[in-house]
Design a protein around this ligand. Structure first.
Ligand SMILES: C[C@H](C(=O)O)C(=O)SCCNC(=O)CCNC(=O)[C@H](O)C(C)(C)COP(=O)(O)OP(=O)(O)OC[C@H]1O[C@@H](n2cnc3c(N)ncnc32)[C@H](O)[C@@H]1OP(=O)(O)O
Ligand SMILES: [Co+2]
Length: 132
């Protein structure tokens, strides 16, 4: 598995894009809304992996709940896998729990699933596979 991206929950992409543009010395290469997840994302390439800024785009969004509870900050780690269905099966056999086992369309042309943080040491983990 390779670290595909680090998801960071932010209140406002307008503000955080300015900050990360200065911090990383580069522009975001993609902004994309993922309605189903209730997020607007903004991606920065950082070598082998990426930074994914996430702003909530509705009240029920996991990002608004997260920020209400924990404030802005690192939200999840996403790992890139070759075959997401095989990885789900492998990890289920290892006893990991999934929020939903069914891969869904994520951002940046991926299929994604999420493991439950309670079975991953309190870290929300996303698996993503390039969509063919
Ligand atoms: C599209 C794009 C992409 O890359 O493609 C994305 O990443 S979309 C990224 C946005 N989408 C997602 O995050 C989808 C997966 N997330 C979820 O389904 C949910 O956020 C969830 C199931 C992790 C938690 O939802 P919830 O309604 O249960 O919220 P709660 O606040 O009650 O959380 C239950 C327990 O999980 C903990 N918890 C919640 N969120 C996180 C998190 N991000 N990291 C670590 N722990 C977390 C809470 O502290 C709480 O622990 P305690 O009980 O100890 O207090
Ligand atoms: Co993500």
């Amino acid at each position: 598995m390779k670290l595909e991206h680090i998801g960071i929950a932010v209140k406002s992409l307008g503000v955080s894009d300015e900050l990360f543009k200065k911090l990383l010395g580069k522009e975001s290469y993609k902004k994309e809304t993922v309605e189903r997840e209730g997020v607007v994302t903004s991606f920065y390439g950082t070598g082998e992996s990426k930074i994914e800024l996430l702003e909530a785009n509705n009240q029920e969004s996991p990002i608004s709940k997260f920020i209400d509870k924990k404030g802005e900050g690192i939200h999840h780690l996403a790992f890139g896998v070759e075959n997401i269905l095989e990885e789900v099966e492998r990890l289920k056999k290892e006893g990991f729990q999934f929020i939903s086992e069914e891969p869904k369309e994520g951002a940046d042309n991926k299929l994604v699933v999420f493991l439950h943080p309670k079975s991953t040491n309190g870290v929300l983990v996303e698996l993503c596979q390039e969509k063919q």
